[in-house]
Design a protein around this ligand. Structure first.
Ligand code: ATP
Ligand code: MG
Length: 317
């Protein structure tokens, strides 16, 4: 169905990114709660329409690990992108908010980082990410290009889904990263490529790197490269390209450690494929495991509320 702004009731803001904000909206005709992302672009009408046409591919991106796309429209120079509302938000806010937490330190005794994620939960989240990425590659022939904890969403049922993948070339170009950001999930080859103006060094295994880094962040509750590099983009990129790869905090199995180590192999050609990752003992163990994901999400939401993070939306679905 075609959707438009007149059919929407704004419920509240879900978050802000570098390029715009995301609102929770209620779509009256379908009675569906949606998330609506507003992206402000300085483009002429034909380019904007080009983006809307390219986004149409998303109607084919139907998989349990992909956030459902409902449609997009433009108003003036803004693109509005409507998608499935994920009522527990993104992984970063669930396990730490990307910031080292003083209170969590007392709780866990862990280098100022937040709460640990039990291994079976970590495994299930990782499996969903890898399956989602494999689906994008095999079925739609696209790479994600922006794998990071804010782009992995979760709901109260415990479902884990990917969002914000690079489906529109025109949109990607228009968002051309003006600054690389202070917490980079980019693979070493991509950093090197961009510094030499050769973005072509980006391959599907660059997303594998970002998976590894995101999993560690999830487990630690904070961005894995040392805090002293947060304020200095150059130092951080140096650390990613030349420094030792981060590792999972102690307490996780040898299989888990090996899995992330393989994702974070510096040489892109040395990293496993998605099929290989799914067969890795770490993820293979997920298949028959019973994991109470909904229960874990409920607990994580309670802890988030206790930390004083404002609830995701004012009104419940
Ligand atoms: P960047 O702009 O670098 O991509 P980002 O991913 O944080 O960063 P947005 O994609 O604009 O920025 O999203 C902002 C926030 O809105 C996210 O961090 C997430 O918490 C929330 N959000 C996005 N999409 C949804 C959704 N479908 N359901 C619920 N919350 C969402
Ligand atoms: Mg995002």
């Amino acid at each position: 169905f075609k959707i438009n702004m007149d059919e929407m009731e704004i419920v509240g803001e879900l978050g802000k990114g570098n390029y715009g904000s995301v609102q929770q909206v209620y779509h009256r005709p379908s009675e569906i709660n949606m998330a609506m992302k507003e992206i402000r672009l300085e483009l002429d009408e034909s380019k904007l329409n080009g983006i809307i046409m390219e986004l149409d591919v998303l109607h084919r991106a139907v998989a349990p690990e992909i956030v459902e796309f409902y449609g997009a429209f433009t108003i003036e120079s803004c693109v509005y992108y409507c998608m499935e509302y994920m009522d527990a938000g993104s992984l970063d806010t669930l396990t730490g908010g990307g910031v080292p937490l003083a209170d969590a330190k007392a709780e866990e005794g862990e280098e100022g980082c937040a709460l640990r994620v039990p291994e079976p939960v970590l495994r299930r989240i990782t499996a969903a990410m890898v399956r989602g990425l494999k689906f994008l590659k095999d079925e739609l022939q696209i790479m994600h290009r922006d794998v990071k904890p804010t782009n992995v969403l979760i709901n109260k049922k415990g479902e884990v889904k990917l969002v914000d993948f690079g489906v529109s070339g025109q949109l990607e170009k228009s968002l051309a990263k003006t600054n690389i950001g202070c917490q980079s999930y980019m693979a070493p080859e991509r950093i090197k490529g961009e510094s030499q103006n050769q973005p072509s060094t980006y391959t599907v295994s660059s997303d594998v790197w970002s998976v590894g880094l995101s999993i560690i962040e999830l487990a630690k509750g904070c961005y894995p490269f040392p805090p002293e590099t947060f304020a200095n983009v150059f130092a951080q990129l140096q650390a990613i390209v030349y420094g030792p790869a981060p590792t999972l905090p102690p307490g996780y199995s040898a299989d888990a450690q090996d899995f992330v180590a393989k994702c974070l192999i510096k040489d892109a050609n040395g990293r496993p494929t998605y099929a290989q990752l799914l067969e890795h003992p770490f993820l293979a163990a997920d298949k028959d495991a019973e994991v109470d994901m909904a229960g874990w999400v409920a607990e994580a939401l309670e802890r988030r509320a206790a930390r004083g993070v404002k609830p995701l939306a004012m009104v419940e679905a």
